[in-house]
Design a protein around this ligand. Structure first.
Ligand SMILES: C[S@@+](CC[C@H](N)C(=O)[O-])C[C@H]1O[C@@H](n2cnc3c(N)ncnc32)[C@H](O)[C@@H]1O
Length: 189
């Protein structure tokens, strides 16, 4: 995939914070560019479940248009949440919560939801659907690209991916963001 090597300034800042925290579990730049592109289409309130040290949040922020849209992001590990909060301390459009993502559920519905807590069992469609506004977008990343049906991962049917790709309340596509990784983009009908 081609992309210019320069990073948005806010993303570069997030990488610096990650490096200092010794944290490497952040989204890839290809996914980040996807998040930024989608964020540019959004108003209202976006949310991220699982902040890490704020790299995904920074990519989302880099795409935000205007001064109205907001991003809420929740991180379970207080040390990581503290590090991410540092990046956005002067930014009224981003709130980093040191909390389980379930504390965000009464702050929706969201115009974009990046499900990135790394706990697939927590993000079944049924649990997420009412958190997303009509036309709202859900993003799940870190999937192994798969060209067969039903989708397989680690030698088993990937039931989470199967569920997201078939639920009639969403229009969903799996996109390869690089040769070795894919994301789901699901839009609430
Ligand atoms: C893959 S990392 C997040 C990376 C980040 N979204 C990015 O793009 O840079 C997953 C993070 O989710 C956090 N996490 C796991 N369960 C969580 C929960 N229930 N609520 C909030 N955060 C959670 C983990 O502590 C971890 O830091």
């Amino acid at each position: 995939m081609s992309a210019p090597p320069e990073l948005p300034e806010i993303v570069a800042r997030a990488f610096e914070v990650s490096r200092r925290a010794g944290y490497v579990s952040f989204c890839r730049n290809e996914t980040g560019r996807l998040l930024a592109t989608l964020a540019t289409t959004r108003g209202g309130v976006m949310a991220e479940f699982g902040t890490g040290t704020g790299v995904g949040t920074a990519w989302l922020r880099s795409g935000v248009r205007g001064s109205e849209a907001r991003i809420l992001t929740a991180e379970l590990d207080p040390r990581l949440a503290h590090a991410a909060a540092e990046i956005f301390q002067d930014d009224p459009q981003v709130d980093v919560l040191s909390a389980d993502w379930s504390t965000l559920t009464n702050k929706g519905p969201f115009s974009l939801l990046f499900l990135d807590s790394g706990q697939p069992e927590e993000v079944a469609v049924e649990r997420i659907v009412d958190l997303v506004e009509p036309g709202g977008i859900v993003v799940l990343d870190d999937l192994t690209p798969c060209e067969q049906w039903p989708p397989l991962a680690y030698g088993r049917v990937d039931t989470l991916r199967e569920e997201w790709l078939t639920d009639e309340r969403f229009t969903t596509v799996e996109v390869m963001v690089a040769t070795d990784t894919a994301a789901l983009i699901a839009t609430r009908r």
